[in-house]
Ligand binder design. Structure first.
Ligand SMILES: [Zn+2]
Length: 428
């Protein structure tokens, strides 16, 4: 039966799809308009060949995204409105019973099935798109092994959590959502602490940066910033891709600064120091607790909304489920949350971009110069074929980092004394 709520859901899915396709189209047009010549700010630093390549890469990725977004919307609408979900649950219950253990299993199975529908796209992206632009280094064996490991991890972590949530509903009644949030938040925090030592090594090899000038320099920089690090880890990012990166992970004693091996090959010592200074900036400016607090707050709100929705007959009934059933409510909530959170992404990405500016400014202050960071950012953008001219609305929605041009402009405004070497030269 078609209810106003179902029409609202269909409208929300359609509206999100339209907005995403429009953003891709807007961005493609913007990039094509600037494709003729290297943006003046980078005329001397980026070769016309590499610029043309970055334009081609951006356009190819965007065209692929349009197809993938459309497929995602079709699958979501198909799954929600065809009666597939009640049928799937019924079939699953027929085979496994209707205990909480079976219900949680049904949710995991539905999740696995839905992500399997994305596999052809992930495959194409890695072995055709990334391959064409020279980024792919993954073998088919690694790719499949990653998927299997991901599935096992989702089972090992997700299944017990789902059982716990469903049990809490039975034990606590109306107030379940708060305690479910407390449990999930504690598990999330525990995972953040142990992920660097227990989960990340399942996918990549981490080795301490070898002793030498580079390591000494980086550790000395850490000490100067009041950031005690026992070592710097190098991750074999080259196992999957030529893209390069650096990140900060873990909490407390298990925190790690990780540099991709690809990054070590692309940057010189001064540039690597500036990257480390930037990562320390995130730590010193308290970005990690802020991000965690935001995510926990979002989780609390999510559980509350879920508890309210689960009580509404039109929510479950609209999709063909009996009222008051928590497992289907969880599934529907997970499927539909994205059509709402999408509209909040400019807010979250705006905060993330503000953090990047703060970390850049911190790095410039710590190093007493901005040139190494600017040069590192330029190299990274060129090597990764980053889009130098995204449409502002597109970057507003999707970019967790400001563009190269924006970062350079912001660094130019930072009050950091220029390099001591340069001053000595000036003085003769
Ligand atoms: Zn950063």
């Amino acid at each position: 039966m078609i209810t106003p709520f179902l029409i609202l859901c269909a409208g929300a899915i359609g509206l999100k799809w339209l907005a995403q396709i429009w953003l891709e189209w807007l961005n493609q047009r913007h990039v094509r308009r600037h494709a003729g010549e290297v943006p003046p700010a980078f005329a001397n630093t980026i070769t016309p060949e590499n610029y043309a390549k970055s334009v081609a890469y951006t356009l190819a990725k965007s065209r692929f995204d349009m197809i993938e977004l459309t497929w995602g919307a079709i699958v979501l609408a198909g799954v929600l409105f065809s009666g597939f979900l009640p049928w799937f649950r019924h079939t699953f219950q027929h085979a496994a019973g209707s205990s909480i253990w079976a219900d949680a299993g049904c949710l995991v199975a539905a999740g696995a099935l839905l992500s399997a529908l994305d596999l052809p796209f992930e495959w194409h992206e890695q072995f055709h798109l990334e391959e064409r632009f020279g980024f792919n280094t993954t073998t088919a064996a690694t790719w499949w092994l990653d998927r299997v490991k991901g599935l096992l991890l989702a089972l090992a972590l997700g299944y017990p959590v789902l059982v716990l949530i469903l049990k809490l509903v039975g034990w606590l009644g109306a107030g379940w959502w708060f305690w479910a949030w407390v449990c999930v938040a504690l598990i999330q925090l525990a995972l953040m602490v142990v992920a660097p030592v227990l989960i990340l090594p399942l996918f990549n090899k981490f080795t301490p940066l070898e002793p030498g000038e580079l390591r000494d320099g980086l550790l000395a920089l850490g000490r100067r910033a009041g950031f005690r690090a026992r070592d710097i880890q190098v991750m074999d990012g080259s196992k999957r891709s030529r893209h390069s990166n650096a990140f900060f992970t873990g909490l407390g004693r298990f925190r790690k600064i990780v540099l991709f091996d690809t990054l070590l090959r692309q940057l010189d010592r001064g540039e690597l120091e500036s990257v480390l200074a930037h990562e320390i900036g995130h730590y010193k400016k308290g970005h990690i607790p802020k991000t965690i607090a935001l995510s926990l707050g979002g989780g609390l709100l999510g559980f509350y909304i879920l508890s309210v929705l689960a009580r509404q007959p039109w929510f479950l009934g609209g999709f063909g489920f009996a009222p008051g059933e928590m497992a289907p409510a969880l599934l529907l909530f997970a499927l539909l949350a994205g059509v709402v959170t999408f509209w909040l992404s400019p807010l979250f990405h705006g905060m993330s971009r503000r953090h990047e500016y703060e970390a850049d400014a911190f790095a410039a202050g710590l190093l007493q110069q901005r040139q190494p960071l600017i040069s590192a950012l330029r190299k990274l953008n060129e090597q990764n074929l980053s889009n130098l001219t995204p449409h502002p609305l597109y970057s507003g929605f999707y970019y967790s980092h400001p563009t190269l041009l924006e970062r350079e402009a912001a660094l130019g405004a930072v009050e950091a004394p220029e390099a001591p070497e340069a001053k000595m030269e000036d003085g003769g």
